[in-house]
Ligand binder design. Structure first.
Ligand SMILES: C[S@@+](CC[C@H](N)C(=O)[O-])C[C@H]1O[C@@H](n2cnc3c(N)ncnc32)[C@H](O)[C@@H]1O
Length: 358
């Protein structure tokens, strides 16, 4: 599922018109809880690939990989393409019944001007703005390889009215209006993979209680942990949203990490996302002052940004409470880093953690 920012104006005769559509996604919101279910194929694909390598090395006999916050399942399919062997089962969990309903049908769409448009058969479909930077030869080869993997798992099916709910209608109308050559194609998961990519209702906070059926080599909760604690740093800095604070965030994170630790097998990995809301956490007045930092002292602060100046004294945790909990007692060690892009800066953040043998 996808998210979009659309600059929407009204012209002098009062009719709406669209101006400078910025393709950053197509908004799809769970009607029941308001969560944004945005995702795309091969999101942060380097980390998916290294997670797969790790699991194949440490679990050669096979394992289950639990992908929490999987939305409709683009992440499950992308990960599966790196571990196509049937001994690796990918189980996606989400609390959004909307997303699960759509995902269980097993049909997905690819379309122009999006992060994963390069997966369509013709490599020349335009990509989302953030993907448009000149691609090196190596990147083009990598995209072709991902496309090959995608088509091993998926096959094209004809468009049908029943797939209209896959993407947000409003966002799509805007994109089609702006782009005469807009293309949308539909793909279904091949039969032999449907049993290996399971979708279930499940809350990450209950990960410690699942009945293990086989060794668990990986637990993912990417770009979603902020839903648990309500950390809305992005909304505050970009849209002046009121600051939401989770008062017992350290306890919450310690509990979540202990559940992950309990369910993962030794040498298994816990993987998080590279979204700013996963790494920079708003602090409350009760937080230990020695553990907090003003926004202007974080690497995310941009002096020339007016919003940033306004929020320069806003308090954040120096170290993410999730990272603190993961590193506590030496139970996990960070083994891979990814790039977090925010406000024009690129910052390396740890996203893959190995459970240390006990
Ligand atoms: C922004 S999407 C991220 C999708 C995907 N993981 C990715 O990185 O592209 C967040 C997803 O997490 C789900 N979610 C939120 N809280 C959850 C929880 N406590 N347990 C399981 N899923 C949750 C939402 O319903 C949503 O589908």
């Amino acid at each position: 599922m996808r998210t979009t920012n659309v600059n929407f104006n009204t012209n002098y005769i009062g009719k709406p018109y669209f101006n400078n559509v910025k393709f950053t996604g197509i908004l799809h919101i769970d009607k029941k809880n308001g969560n944004i279910n945005d995702s795309w194929f091969f999101r942060d694909e380097k980390i998916l690939a290294s997670s797969a390598d790790h699991i194949k090395t440490f679990f050669p006999e096979g394992a289950d990989v639990l992908i929490y916050g999987c939305s409709v399942g683009e992440e499950n399919i992308s990960f599966k393409s790196f571990v196509p062997e049937s001994k690796y089962r990918v189980i996606g969990y989400d609390t959004s019944t909307d997303a699960l309903r759509i995902g269980k049908r097993g049909v997905y769409s690819l379309f122009s001007n999006w992060h994963d448009s390069y997966l369509m058969p013709n490599m020349n479909y335009p990509l989302a703005e953030c993907e448009l930077a000149n691609h090196s030869k190596e990147e083009c080869i990598k995209m072709q390889e991902l496309r090959r993997k995608f088509h091993e798992i998926m096959y094209e099916v004809p468009a049908s009215e029943e797939y209209r709910d896959i993407n947000n209608k409003y966002g799509f109308i805007v994109m089609k209006y702006q782009n005469k050559n807009f293309v949308e194609k539909f793909y279904r998961v091949r039969d032999k993979f449907t049993k290996q990519i399971d979708l279930r209702f499940g809350n990450f906070i209950n990960v410690g209680q699942i009945k293990k059926e086989r060794p668990v080599g990986g637990i993912f909760f990417r770009n979603a942990i902020y839903h648990l604690c309500g950390n809305n740093v992005n909304e505050v800095l970009n849209f002046n949203a009121p600051v939401q604070i989770c008062h017992n965030i350290d306890k919450l994170m310690e509990y979540a990490v202990s559940c992950v630790h309990k369910t993962l097998d030794n040498d298994g990995i816990f993987v998080i996302g590279n979204h700013i809301k996963e790494h920079l956490y708003l602090a409350d007045d009760l937080a230990d002052k020695s553990k907090t930092i003003s926004f202007c002292d974080t690497p995310y602060f941009v002096e020339s940004n007016i919003k940033h100046q306004e929020y320069r004294n806003l308090k954040f945790y120096k170290e993410s409470p999730l990272l603190t909990a993961l590193l506590k007692d030496g139970n996990f060690e960070p083994i891979k880093y990814s790039v977090l892009s925010a406000f024009g800066s690129k910052i390396e953040v740890p996203v893959m953690f190995k459970k240390v043998r006990i």
